[in-house]
Ligand binder design. Structure first.
Ligand code: PRP
Length: 216
C-alpha cells in the first residue's frame, strides 16, 4: 500500500469530506468512485499515483502519524485533541467552527467556576481538561463519540464541550454557550517522514493548493 511512488491521502467522513474532494479536484487530484458513500475504502488513481482512503474523522491524525497515509485533511480541533506528532502544512480556511462549553438554558449558573466539580460530556476530553485546568477548575470528563448534546438533556452531565458550526444543534436542544474554547478550520497535515521522502511532490501540491486558496 505504501508504495514509494504513490501518495496516500486520508479524507475524513462527514462535514469535511465534500469540501476536501472539491479542493483536490481543483488541482486535478481525483479518483473514480471517490464519494463519501463508497463502500470501497481505498480509491486509486493509477495514472496520478494517488490513493485516497476514507476514514473516521478522529482517526485521520493516526493514519498520518504512522505513515499509513502520507497526508490528510482534518480539523484543527481533532489535531489538538489527538496530540499526534504530525506536520501541519496549510490552513485550508473551510470547515470553520469553534469548540465551546454549553449548558441547558434553564440551568445556567452565574460564573464559569460555579460549574467546578460537575460532569461534562465531550468528544474532546483532552482539550476540555486543558481549558478547565487553565481556569483553575476540576471537572469530571465523560467521553462520548457523538450526539453530545444529549448529555445534559438526559441528566448524564451538567454541560457539554462540543463543536458549534451554525448553532442550530444548540438552539434545537435549548442549550446556551457559556464560553468559547478554541476556533478551528480544516488543515492539511503530513507525515514527517513522507514530507522528507516525497518532498518535491508534496511541496508542489502545497503550491498548487495555495494558489487556489489565494484566488478565492
Ligand atoms: C457536530 C457537533 C454538533 C454539531 C454542530 O456534530 O458535535 O453536534 O455538529 O453543528 P451546528 O452548530 O451546525 O448545529 P456532527 O454532525 O459531526 O455529528 P455527531 O453528533 O455524531 O458528532
Amino acid at each position: 500500500m505504501n508504495d514509494e511512488q504513490f501518495l496516500t491521502i486520508a479524507l475524513p467522513k462527514g462535514k469535511l469530506f465534500n469540501l476536501s474532494t472539491e479542493l483536490f479536484e481543483k488541482i486535478g487530484w481525483t479518483a473514480e468512485g471517490l464519494t463519501e458513500k463508497s463502500r470501497k475504502l481505498v480509491i486509486t488513481n493509477e495514472e496520478k499515483k494517488l490513493n485516497f482512503i476514507i476514514t473516521k474523522t478522529a482517526d485521520v491524525p493516526t493514519y498520518v502519524e504512522y505513515g499509513a497515509a502520507d497526508i490528510g485533511i482534518i480539523g484543527k480541533d481533532v489535531i489538538e485533541e489527538s496530540g499526534k506528532d504530525i506536520y501541519e502544512l496549510l490552513d485550508l480556511g473551510f470547515g470553520k467552527c469553534h469548540l465551546m462549553m454549553a449548558v441547558p438554558k434553564d440551568k445556567k449558573r452565574k460564573n464559569l467556576t460555579d460549574y467546578s466539580h460537575t460532569r461534562v460530556v465531550t468528544k474532546f476530553p483532552h482539550i476540555a481538561e486543558k481549558f478547565f485546568t487553565s481556569q483553575g477548575m476540576q471537572m469530571e470528563y465523560i467521553k462520548l463519540n457523538g450526539s453530545i448534546e444529549l448529555g445534559p438533556i438526559i441528566g448524564l452531565s451538567e454541560s457539554i464541550v462540543d463543536i458549534v458550526e451554525t448553532g442550530t444543534t444548540l438552539r434545537e436542544n435549548n442549550l446556551e454557550e457559556i464560553v468559547s474554547i478554541m476556533d478551528a478550520t480544516a488543515r492539511l497535515i503530513v507525515n514527517r517522514v513522507s514530507f522528507k521522502l516525497k518532498f518535491d511532490r508534496i511541496n508542489s501540491m502545497v503550491g498548487d493548493l495555495k494558489k487556489i486558496l489565494n484566488d478565492k
